[in-house]
Design a protein around this ligand. Structure first.
Ligand code: PBG
Length: 326
C-alpha cells in the first residue's frame, strides 16, 4: 500500500494557535484523505514583548508564517483571520475560510463584574485601541491597563485561575469569546458583549487557511473544499473591505459586523475616537444574486463600499487621520 500523502500545516506556537490549528487541520486531513503534520513557527509577535502597535500592528504574527509557506516549508498555514493584514500577500491566497465561531468580545473577571457593575475607577486590561475606546465610551471612569501575553496569564491578572509569578492586579480583562472557547476557558466569562453595541474586529472568530497561489495537489484541494464556508468568507470579506477602505484615510479604531440573514448581507461599522467620546456608525445591506461565492463577493464589495463612503463622508478621517494624511 502506498503511504498516505502528507499535508504540512504551519501555525504559531501559542496555546490558542495550536488548539485552533489542530482542530481545523484534523478536519482538512479527513476531507483530504491525508496525514497531517503540524509545524510550529515562531513569530516576532510571540517573542517580542513590546506593544503590538510599536511592532507594526497585527502583521507581526502573519509574516513568519507566510515566509515559511512561500519557502515551501509547509503546504498550508492557519491564521486567526483578524490577525491578517488586509493587503494582498503576493504569491499567496486564502484557500479556505471555515465556518466562523462566536465573534463577540467577552468581559472576564474573577469577581464576576459586568460592564455595569465594575466599581468606579476599576482597572480593566486590554491592549486593543478598539476595546479601549469601547470601554471608555460606556465607562469613562475606568482605568485602562495595557495587556499582552497568553490567555492564561491575562485571565490570572483578572483573578480568573492562577499562573505562577502572575499577580491578580486587574478587576477585569476583555478577550475574544472565540479564543476562550477554543481553549476551553469559556467559564471565565462574566459577560458576553452584544455586537449590537460592541462590534468586534474584522474577521474575529474566523480562521484563514492560506496556501500558495499555484495549482494545488488534489488532496489539498479536497481538504480545503471540505472546510470552506461561503457565508463566513463573505461576511469576513465585507468586514475586511471596510478596514481596507478606511485605512486610506483614517487610523481610528473600528468595530465591524457583517451577517447574512433573510437573503441579505447586512454590514454595520463604527469608527471610534480613541478616548471613546465620539463615534460614527454606518449600516447598509446588499442582496446577493445567489449564494454562489462570486455573487456573495459582489454583495460584500457593494455593501462595504457604501459603508466606507458614508463613514468617510461623515468625517471618520477627522476622528483620527491616517499617518499618510497628516
Ligand atoms: N488579538 C489576538 C487574537 N487573535 C485572535 C484571537 C482569538 C479570537 C479570534 O479567532 O478571532 C485573539 C485573542 C483576542 O483578541 O482576545
Amino acid at each position: 500500500m502506498a503511504a498516505a500523502p502528507v499535508i504540512r500545516v504551519g501555525t504559531r506556537g501559542s496555546a490558542l494557535a495550536l488548539a485552533q490549528t489542530q482542530a481545523i487541520a484534523a478536519r482538512v486531513g479527513k476531507a483530504a484523505g491525508a496525514e497531517i503534520e503540524i509545524v510550529t513557527i515562531t513569530t516576532q509577535g510571540d517573542t517580542d514583548r513590546a506593544s503590538l502597535a510599536s511592532l507594526g500592528g497585527t502583521g507581526v504574527f502573519a509574516t513568519a508564517l507566510r515566509d515559511a509557506l512561500r519557502a515551501g516549508e509547509v503546504d498550508l498555514v492557519v491564521h486567526s483571520l483578524k490577525d491578517l493584514p488586509t493587503a494582498d500577500a503576493p504569491g499567496l491566497r486564502l484557500g479556505a475560510v471555515p465556518k466562523r465561531v462566536d465573534r463577540r468580545d467577552a468581559l472576564c473577571s474573577g469577581a464576576g463584574y459586568t460592564l455595569e457593575t465594575l466599581p468606579e475607577g476599576a482597572r480593566v486590561g486590554t491592549g486593543s485601541p478598539r476595546r479601549i475606546a469601547q470601554l471608555l465610551e460606556v465607562r469613562p471612569d475606568l482605568e485602562i491597563v495595557d495587556l499582552r501575553g497568553n490567555v492564561d496569564t491575562r485571565l490570572a491578572r483578572a483573578g480568573v485561575g492562577e499562573v505562577e509569578g502572575v499577580e491578580s492586579d486587574l478587576d477585569a480583562v476583555v478577550l475574544a469569546a472565540a479564543g476562550l472557547g477554543r481553549l476551553g476557558r469559556s467559564d471565565a466569562v462574566a459577560e458576553f458583549l452584544d455586537v449590537a453595541d460592541w462590534p468586534t474586529a474584522a474577521g474575529q472568530g474566523a480562521l484563514a487557511l492560506e496556501v500558495r497561489d499555484e495549482p494545488l495537489s488534489r488532496e489539498l484541494r479536497r481538504g480545503l473544499e471540505g472546510v470552506e464556508h461561503a457565508g463566513s468568507r463573505a461576511t469576513a470579506l465585507a468586514e475586511r473591505l471596510v478596514l481596507a477602505g478606511l485605512e486610506a484615510g483614517c487610523a481610528a479604531p473600528v468595530g465591524v459586523t457583517a451577517i447574512i440573514e433573510d437573503e441579505l448581507l447586512f454590514l454595520t461599522a463604527s469608527v471610534y475616537a480613541a478616548d471613546g467620546t465620539r463615534k460614527l456608525t454606518s449600516s447598509h445591506a446588499a442582496s446577493p444574486e445567489s449564494r454562489s461565492a462570486a455573487d456573495l463577493a459582489d454583495a460584500a464589495n457593494d455593501v462595504a463600499a457604501r459603508v466606507v463612503d458614508e463613514l468617510l463622508g461623515n468625517g471618520a478621517a477627522e476622528l483620527a487621520p491616517a499617518k499618510e494624511a497628516l
